[in-house]
Design a protein around this ligand. Structure first.
Ligand SMILES: [Zn+2]
Ligand SMILES: [Zn+2]
Length: 369
């Protein structure tokens, strides 16, 4: 879907308007002023002039009521009365170009994107697949949510709802991002046809936070975590913005949340070693706790390597730990170390428990409660 065109020259003034200056700032939309339409909508639009000042215009759309009514019961209720005389004694309704005219307060460019989607809902899905949550998609979402057009909101919201909201969903998402970055590094870049790429569909971090706050608050902890775990000076994993710094254009309150959240995540990382590799508990009196030397040696090795990494990525650290101890490891002196099945089971349970605990604690870590 192309962004709404901005007409370069002023539209001709229309006969019913007496004020020439006012008329010059009324602009019929180049593609959404349909001659057979039975209602005219107008909305304020702004355009930046060469000298930096704003020019205010009124954007006019001539459309079919039936198309609007099909998408929105709110618009149906609002617009059916437009053009109707309330009584024989009141003045005739506002008419523009021969049909009833309803001035709206929505932004003209937002409204253009929305009306385009009403006429061609199929193009919206295509657009989302190719461009993801673009500014045009956000504009459609703004208007569609105001007029309760669920069918248009749904495909857009699905992208935001794709954000993990549980620890299991997080793991799948994280694995998908890993696979994607592997795919891209082997390819050298994101190709035109990698349509399913997460990084292509998602908005920038600051947009993601704004959208989630408006439409899907349960996605916020996961989004904050995705940003916070990124080392300073690197690109946020999912973002397609290549020149993005760590906090870029994120608003100050959220930057504060991220900075404070990172401190807490770091503390969580430091605490993990004592929780996950704590001495084994005796499962029953008969068997007793594991005192195997190899297990102790392997745990020491894990503590000195994986757990010694300085990181904000608690969940990533737990993931690396899980994959390492599961298969055993040849350590520096050439010895192959493995945990006994008892220790494996115990460490595995502790890792699962810690993952859930940290995930459930994210709203506190980022002060979102
Ligand atoms: Zn790609
Ligand atoms: Zn053991």
């Amino acid at each position: 879907m192309s962004a709404p065109n901005v007409q370069e020259k002023n539209s001709p003034s229309y006969p019913h308007q007496e004020n020439a200056e006012e008329a010059a700032l009324c602009e019929r939309h180049p593609t959404l002023y349909i001659a057979e339409g039975d209602i005219v909508l107008s909305a304020p639009a702004r355009r930046k002039l060469a000298d930096g000042s704003d020019e205010r215009r009124s954007q006019y759309f001539r459309v079919h009521r039936a198309v609007l009514y099909k998408h929105s019961a709110v618009l149906r209720k609002m617009l059916t009365v437009v053009g109707r005389r309330t009584s024989r004694r009141t003045a005739s309704a506002v008419v523009y170009d021969g049909v009833p005219h309803a001035p709206l307060s929505d932004d003209g460019e937002d409204l253009a994107a929305f009306l385009h989607a009403c006429y061609r809902p199929g193009e919206l899905c295509e657009h989302l697949e190719k461009r993801g949550l673009s500014p045009a998609a956000e504009a459609i979402l703004r208007i569609a949510s105001k007029y309760e057009c669920n069918a248009l909101m749904e495909p857009i919201l699905r992208i935001i709802r794709g954000w993990p909201t549980t620890v299991d969903a997080w793991e799948k998402w994280d694995a998908a991002l890993d696979a994607e970055s592997f795919h891209h590094s082997s390819l050298g870049r994101c190709s035109e046809d990698c349509r399913s790429c997460i990084s292509k569909r998602l908005p920038t971090p600051s947009h993601a936070l704004n959208l989630a706050r408006l439409y899907c608050a349960e996605a916020l902890p996961g989004i904050f975590y995705s940003i916070a775990r990124t080392p300073t000076g690197q690109f946020v994993t999912w973002s397609r913005e290549l020149d993005l710094g760590w906090v870029c254009d994120i608003r100050p309150e959220d930057q504060e949340r991220l900075i404070e959240g990172r401190k807490k995540l770091k503390t969580e990382c430091e605490k993990l070693v004592d929780v996950v590799l704590a001495p084994p508990r005796a499962p029953s009196l008969e068997t007793g706790a594991c005192r195997r030397e190899e297990c102790e040696k392997f745990k020491d090795w894990l503590a000195d390597t994986i757990f010694a990494q300085n990181s904000y990525d608690v969940l990533g650290l737990l993931k690396r730990c899980a994959s390492t101890f599961q298969y055993g490891r040849r350590v520096d002196d050439g010895e192959y170390l493995e945990l006994c099945s008892l220790c494996q089971k115990e460490v595995w349970c502790r890792i699962r428990k810690e993952k859930s605990r940290v995930w459930d604690n994210l709203p506190n870590i980022f002060n979102l409660a």
